[in-house]
Design a protein around this ligand. Structure first.
Ligand code: NAD
Length: 383
């Protein structure tokens, strides 16, 4: 028996296409609304070939309320994933990011007030935290740390307390206050909070999921504003070394898209998840250098040594990785894919694929300010 009909906004994208598979395999009908944004999909005529043919596909823009009203007919659940997703790009395409992420979410909520559903899941992001949670040697927690441009210019990458004593990164829980340092982060926070407020007001159960760095098959290699693993893979496939900002020891939480897709289904199905936000990560932290080397290994390119550039991007954080205990307890979420397994599945998908993209070279169109240690602002690759 069909469990319900889920509308997935952005369902042709990287995460959305895996959520589509996960939900179809679990007995839901799926309707996708996606405008096939050319930055993600290229100049295509139809949906990507990886998209599950059992899903109903509507090529439309979510900024239009009439389109959304129609797409919501007979729908029981909504998974809202459509967004502009480049942190750096959001700093110079401010209007577009606000329109697609904040305003279109408002439009969706407007349509949902007229036609409520059993559950709305909305995609948020680790980026709302800014720096993750830190602890001093004596055990005191620090929630609002930030590096100064001056210390980064001197190549002092780690974070100290006011006395100059080192602070140590620890897993970041949902209660850590946001520290919004990009327009993208601001719009993701807008999305989750607006959805939660409207959900509470109109008794629409809402769950916001803060995805950490998601990777896996179907990640758009041609998009220069995509995740770091796709960028490293793209460079390696072109026999170029991954370019590493700072010293490469910054820590992140890389989560397989298969685990993220499962988390979306669990959030749609769990009443204990209503009116809450959850971190969705792998629960493990790796340095960027470790991950660049691991990508090289699985692609059979470990002879290409990652290049440490000693440059940094203004506004980049040093460390952030997830505390996933809330999702484990309330969503019954358990990450099932290790980094090695996940990278192997990425490599399988990349096998034979070309990543001929000059935009991954220094001097490409990334306009986020990049600074050389000890030097002045310049432009550089999006790592
Ligand atoms: N990938 C990650 O590491 C990551 C991390 C944190 C949060 N997220 C969030 O997860 C969600 C999905 O991200 P993704 O990595 O799959 O990105 P993606 O770019 O692969 O997918 C987004 C999809 O939305 C569609 N879209 C964009 N604008 C649209 C519009 N106006 N109307 C209709 N469709 C539109 C695009 O065509 C694309 O298919 C986003 O909300 C993103 O902010 C992703």
């Amino acid at each position: 028996m069909m469990k319900g009909r889920v509308l997935i906004t952005g369902g042709a994208g990287f995460i959305g296409s895996h959520v589509t598979d996960e939900l179809l395999n679990s007995g839901y009908a799926v309707r996708i609304i996606d405008n096939l944004n050319p930055q993600v999909h290229g100049p295509v005529k139809g949906p990507p070939d990886y998209l599950n043919p059992e899903a109903e596909f509507i090529r439309k823009d979510i900024r239009n309320i009439d389109t959304l009203r129609k797409a919501l007919e007979d729908v029981t659940h909504v998974c809202h994933l459509a967004a502009e997703v480049g942190v750096g790009q959001s700093m110079y395409e401010i209007e577009k990011y606000t329109e697609v992420n904040t305003l279109a979410t408002a439009t969706l909520l407007q349509a949902l007030v007229e036609r409520p559903v059993e559950k709305l899941v909305v995609a948020s992001s680790l980026s709302i935290y800014g720096e993750g949670l830190y602890q001093s040697r004596s055990g005191e927690f620090y929630t609002q740390t930030q590096r100064t441009p001056d210390q980064c210019r001197k190549g002092r990458w780690e974070i100290d307390d006011l006395n100059g004593d080192p602070l140590f990164p620890v897993p970041t829980p949902e209660q850590k206050e946001p520290s919004l340092s990009s327009v993208y982060a601001l719009t993701k926070y807008d999305q989750e909070q607006m959805a939660l407020i409207i959900g509470r007001t109109y008794q629409i159960p809402v769950t916001a999921l803060r995805f950490f760095n998601t990777y896996g098959p179907r990640q758009a290699l041609s998009n220069p504003h995509t995740g770091v693993l796709a960028i490293f893979s793209s460079r390696l496939l072109n026999d170029k070394p991954p370019l590493i900002f700072e010293d490469g020891r910054q820590k992140r939480d890389f989560v397989s898209v298969h685990d993220v897709a499962r988390a979306c289904r669990l959030a749609l199905e769990s009443p204990t998840a209503d009116d809450q936000v959850f971190n969705i990560g792998s629960g493990s932290a790796f340095t960027i250098l470790e991950v660049a080397e691991a990508v090289g290994r699985v692609l059979g390119k470990d002879h290409i040594v990652p290049e440490i550039t000693d440059r940094y991007r203004a506004g980049d954080i040093r460390h952030c990785f997830a505390d996933i205990s809330l999702a484990e307890n309330r969503l019954n979420y358990t990450p099932q894919v290790s980094l090695e397994q996940g990278l192997e599945s990425l490599a399988l998908w990349l096998d034979g694929r070309t990543a001929d993209n000059p935009r991954f070279s220094p001097g490409g169109p990334c306009r986020q300010p990049v600074v050389q240690k000890g030097g002045a602002f310049g432009s550089g690759p999006p790592v």
